[in-house]
Ligand binder design. Structure first.
Ligand code: NAG
Ligand code: NAG
Ligand code: NAG
Ligand code: NAG
Length: 385
């Protein structure tokens, strides 16, 4: 009896009470327990490799060379931004939705992202004669997969709310392919600009639906600077010097296009924030995180240059549509970590790692992610010195 009235014990009880009050009032400060990811090849951890068209190249070395030492279906030499985010949150790498049955343990999250996927449905491009031969698994299909999964994720519907409240929903990057296909098939800039509001609408309505299903933390990335991509620099090579940014060598009008998409996306996110004050909608600024590499490649250890691809079949940017990475005729550079560009479209693990760091600890998540559970493991790796 003596102990319960002792000052120490009372103090301890009080602390526990304060802690309990604090943790229920600020439930966002819980650890996240799962991640649900939607998107395209920037986030695909093994879905599109199940589709024969993609398996032809991403299923071969040197994809996966640096980190996993085998092709996993990731469009890089190693890990992706989503892998680093999972790692930072103390979660395992996300299993792909279309993975093998032994891999279908989704209680800590699942990845619906598919390489080649578009925000708009495949039929949209088919009607306009824009070729998309890689996949029909657009954002809408991925959202349907999510809905199909609910009965097994939370057989008791109220449990969904509990799970989703402590989940991060990564919606994108998506939309890049909606522009890649027509740009690389040389459609006009004017025509492609008309797609932007439709793409934004598709992303926005997906975010809105997920919030209605109980999502509370959503991360929505913008587009990368496509004017710095070896594929664009090669296919849309310009004879006019003034089309290029003299500092970076990137095609300025294409980066302006990415910025246009990103500005429209930000407006849409603001609209959704006003509609859903309880949800935290985080914009992930992939564009500016990556622009740092093109402006100051050596600062990040990119001594191989920022715009020349590590893996490719020759040409000024080591990007050759007749010998893409993973196909015959392509070769890999000595050290992928000294390059930003992996295969001319996707980035290297080293670049993705810097971006993830710049999101989680740097200024490129807005607002920043609130969780007491960030892994301290990679503090040595900081976007800003
Ligand atoms: C996409 O759907 C169309 C029409 O159903 C089909 O012809 C095409 O083969 C599909 N593409 C892929 C990559 O599955
Ligand atoms: C928002 O959060 C508050 C406090 O947790 C809750 O009372 C309210 O019902 C929530 N509103 C919606 C629309 O979920
Ligand atoms: C590869 O490049 C990275 C980044 O510049 C550097 O830190 C690393 O030492 C290089 N590795 C080798 C084997 O040269
Ligand atoms: C592109 O690849 C093809 C097929 O391997 C090859 O014949 C051609 O020389 C390459 N072009 C350049 C610019 O390296």
């Amino acid at each position: 009896m003596a102990s319960i009235s002792s000052p120490t014990m009372l103090g301890l009880l009080h602390l526990v009470a304060v802690f309990l009050t604090f943790s229920t009032a600020h439930s966002v400060l819980d650890c996240y327990t799962s991640i649900f990811s939607f998107g395209d090849s920037l986030a695909d951890t093994g879905n599109s490799i199940r589709e024969s068209k993609n398996a032809q190249f991403v299923g071969h070395f040197p994809y996966g060379e640096t980190y996993f030492h085998r092709p996993t279906g990731r469009f890089s030499d190693g890990r992706l931004i989503v892998d680093f985010i999972a790692q930072e949150l103390g979660l395992p790498y996300l299993p792909p939705y279309l993975g093998s049955s032994s891999d279908r343990d989704f209680h800590r999250g699942v990845n619906f992202a598919v390489g080649g996927a578009t925000a708009l449905d495949a039929a949209f491009f088919q009607e306009r004669g824009i070729r998309n031969e890689l996949t029909n698994n657009s954002l809408g299909i991925q959202l349907r997969w999510f809905k199909d999964l609910l009965p097994s994720l939370c057989p008791n519907p109220p449990d969904c709310g509990d799970i989703f409240r402590r989940s991060v929903f990564l919606v994108g990057e998506i939309g890049g392919n909606d522009y890649n296909y027509p740009f690389l098939q040389r459609r006009s800039l004017e025509e492609i600009r008309t797609l932007v509001p439709l793409v934004i609408n598709s992303i926005g309505s997906t975010v809105d639906t997920l919030i209605k299903y109980g999502a509370r933390t959503l991360v929505v990335p913008g587009n990368l600077p496509i004017g710095c991509s070896a594929a664009y620099l090669t296919v849309l090579e310009s004879p006019r010097g003034e089309d290029y940014d003299p500092r970076t060598g990137c095609l300025t009008y294409l980066n302006e296009f990415s910025n246009y998409h990103n500005r429209k996306l930000l407006q849409e996110l603001d609209r959704l924030r006003a509609l859903h004050p309880n949800a935290t909608i985080i914009y992930a600024d992939y564009f500016n995180a990556a622009m740092g590499f093109y402006r100051s490649p050596r600062h990040f250890g990119f001594y191989g240059g920022a715009i020349t691809a590590c893996c490719g079949g020759g040409g000024p940017y080591n990007y050759n549509t007749s010998a893409k990475c993973g196909y015959q005729g392509a070769t890999m550079c000595d050290n992928a970590s000294s390059h930003v560009a992996w295969d001319g479209v996707h980035l290297t693990e080293a670049a993705y790692r810097w971006i993830a760091d710049g999101l989680i600890r740097g200024p490129f998540f807005s607002p920043s992610i609130e969780t007491p559970c960030l892994s301290l493991g990679s503090r040595d790796h900081s976007y800003y010195e």
